[in-house]
Design a binder for this molecule. Structure first.
Ligand code: M6R
Length: 620
């Protein structure tokens, strides 16, 4: 959730850290702060509630030259403990102002640690869990076995912490080092020439280096100008995994768009093409990392898809395909509910964990629960080397590139495509589809980037519609079959971006309650199935629309080109290219993303950083 960056090198740390924070602000934007070591034993700290711009203005007022130094760190916060005010902003310091700490995650035993510190006479200056660690590290550095040894002091404190955390620590007396630690919360090391970085994700340092190292679970790293050293929490040397980032700075910039989200919507054809690329070789579907034998896939007798938010909706779409292609029962479950309801799992269960970030705590805990119960876990993830793929038996990466807008768009479409590849891989291993059928399905998938590109041509029409309905008090979304999860996704986009009441329904449920919501001029978006592919459902939806229209609602219909039967029932008709039934969500979702973005823009909201949200949710 929070964004963290640390730097030691030959440049001015403040510039590097602020540059990194600008790229990490999507992770949290309640407050921001920096600490710079001046090399002469002083620690300069500034922090401010609100967006990063507030901090930058304060630094200008302070005089940026007073923050000179080549080692430093910074933080953008998504508040957990304590409201987003200056005193709760990171970095937090000990009483002597020698230790500074930034933190992502939740320290679950912080109340106990706080009581202990208060009993020792320490006065805490904030409401946060983080501040306790600054006091504990300062105490460990001051006396006892770890005295004068910052990495050892950090390790000793980490061994006492419960929960999930990434910590980055500086000490005024050690101006040439930064120490970072992680447990169940992300941290990567950037390896430059005469400079090293630590950050929540590679976007923070991609401008300077593409050489990165994933810090493992319960590991500590010390970075200096000339190198980095990794140990476990006990101080034993440990291995961390190096990798080269496969995208460059331009992918993390707006490229002429006002918002990242608008750029990401337009990148969807590429995101789909890149996700599919390389996964069909010599007539066979392949995954990225498969630590599962084909026999394991043949033995599977039940599939669970676990995920949150949009990723969960991608799982709902996948259910239709996997059941149809593999003749396997598929349950799709919100990750936050999964492990608390005692699901029936064994070694013949496949759990597909879908996550753009690969660090969503609810999904990670669901993965852990599944593995404890001996189920096989396959991760669908957009972030190389994140925790969820690391803890899974097999991985399929969605190569959507960095998604910076908080609302998921290109990652969502890439998840649907990747989930379909998982379905085809299962069908192939289990023999429920002949090789030529798998090849045909893949060939159809390979046509979807072009279909999405064509759908983007509806943008102007959809935007105009968005402006017309921007003052509505609510919007309903209806669909059937794979159109139902599309309706849920359309409603989620509108809620999170435009702060509008929006609900998605299975259209068949309308008469069982939701029709009571229909009133004069209420916008209702209907996702129509293909009249050829799903003729029965098509005619049922036409009946649903006429029932809605009869009650005065404004009907906005997303329908396949040439669907003349629905035309008389559509107050607004948005035409999308024809696809096969299962692939329709890949095109039908696009106008709903554009609609939500335009409504939010008309209402004056920042569509990249919706209120109260953060891009990755690393707390339960
Ligand atoms: O990183 P993940 O895919 O695990 O994130 C899951 C959800 O938090 C995410 O899809 C969220 O719902 C988006 N903001 C939706 O636009």
């Amino acid at each position: 959730m929070c964004g963290i960056v640390g730097y030691v090198g030959h440049r001015q740390a403040l510039d590097v850290v602020l540059g990194g924070l600008r790229r990490l602000e999507y992770r949290g934007y309640d407050s921001a702060g920096v600490a710079v070591l001046d090399g002469a034993g002083a620690l300069r700290v500034q922090r401010k509630a609100g967006r990063l711009a507030n901090l930058e203005a304060q630094l200008d007022a302070d005089g940026r030259q007073t923050f000179a130094g080549t080692a430093g760190m910074g933080h953008t916060r998504w508040a957990t403990h304590g409201p987003p005010v200056d005193r709760n902003s990171h970095p937090h310091r000990d009483a002597s102002n020698t230790v500074a700490v930034v933190h992502n995650g939740i320290i679950e035993n912080f109340a106990e640690l706080r009581t202990e510190l208060e009993a020792e006479g320490v006065e805490l200056a904030s409401d946060t869990d983080t501040e306790t660690t600054a006091h504990l590290i300062a105490a460990a550095y001051a006396t006892g076995e770890t005295a004068g040894d910052l990495p050892a002091s950090v390790r000793a404190v980490c061994r006492r912490l419960e929960g999930a955390f990434t910590l980055v620590v500086t000490h005024a007396g050690v101006p040439d080092q930064i120490v970072a630690a992680r447990r169940s919360s992300p941290l990567v090391i950037g390896v430059g020439d005469g400079e090293h970085f630590v950050a929540s994700d590679v976007a923070a340092f991609i401008e300077h280096t593409r050489e990165a190292v994933e810090l493992g679970q319960d590991q500590v790293v010390v970075i200096s100008r000339d190198g980095y050293e990794v140990t476990d929490f006990a101080g034993e040397p440990a291995q961390a995994k190096p990798f080269t980032v496969d995208w460059d700075l331009s992918a993390a910039e707006k490229g002429g768009h006002d918002y990242f989200m608008l750029k990401e919507i337009e990148e969807q054809p590429d995101a789909l093409a890149n996700t599919l690329r390389g996964h069909f070789h010599n007539g066979r579907i392949t995954l990225d990392e498969q630590r599962l034998a084909d026999q394991d896939l043949r033995d599977i007798d039940k599939v669970f898809v676990v995920a949150c938010g949009s990723a969960y909706h991608s799982g709902l779409v996948a259910k239709y395909a996997i059941e149809h292609w593999c003749r396997l029962p598929v349950e799709v479950e919100l990750a936050s509910e999964f492990r608390y309801r005692d699901p029936v799992l064994d070694r013949d269960t496949l759990v597909v964990a879908v996550s753009q970030s690969g660090e969503t705590m609810d999904t990670l805990e669901a993965v852990r629960h599944a593995r404890e119960q001996k189920a096989r876990v396959l991760a669908v993830c957009n972030t190389n080397g994140a925790q969820i793929p690391r803890e899974s038996d097999a991985v399929l990466y969605t190569h959507a590139g960095p998604e910076i807008g908080v609302a998921s768009t290109k990652a969502f479409l890439a998840q649907i495509a990747a989930n379909y590849l998982v379905g085809l891989a299962l069908a192939q291993a289990r023999g429920t589809k002949y090789p030529d059928e798998v090849a045909r399905e893949f060939a159809e998938l390979a046509n979807t980037p072009a279909a999405v590109q064509k759908t983007l041509a509806t943008s102007e029409q959809v935007r105009a519609l968005g402006r017309e309905i921007a003052d509505s008090k609510a919007v309903l979304f209806l669909g059937r079959h794979v159109g139902f999860p599309v309706a849920l996704e359309g409603a989620l986009k509108l809620k999170e971006l435009a702060y509008m009441h929006a609900e998605g329904f299975a259209a068949g449920e309308l008469k069982h309650g939701p029709i009571a919501l229909i009133e004069q001029d209420l916008p209702v978006v209907i996702v129509m199935p293909s009249p050829k592919g799903r003729a029965v459902l098509h005619s049922k939806l036409v009946s649903n629309i006429s029932e809605i229209q009869a009650r005065g609602a404004r009907t906005i219909v997303i329908a396949e080109e040439g669907d003349d039967a629905v035309r008389p029932y559509a107050d607004s008709l948005i035409e999308i290219p024809a696809t096969s039934t299962l692939l329709q969500p890949l095109v039908a979702t696009v106008p709903l993303q554009i609609l939500a973005a335009e409504i939010a823009r008309s209402r004056g909201y920042d569509i990249d950083k919706p209120r109260n949200l953060a891009k990755s949710v690393t707390v339960e």
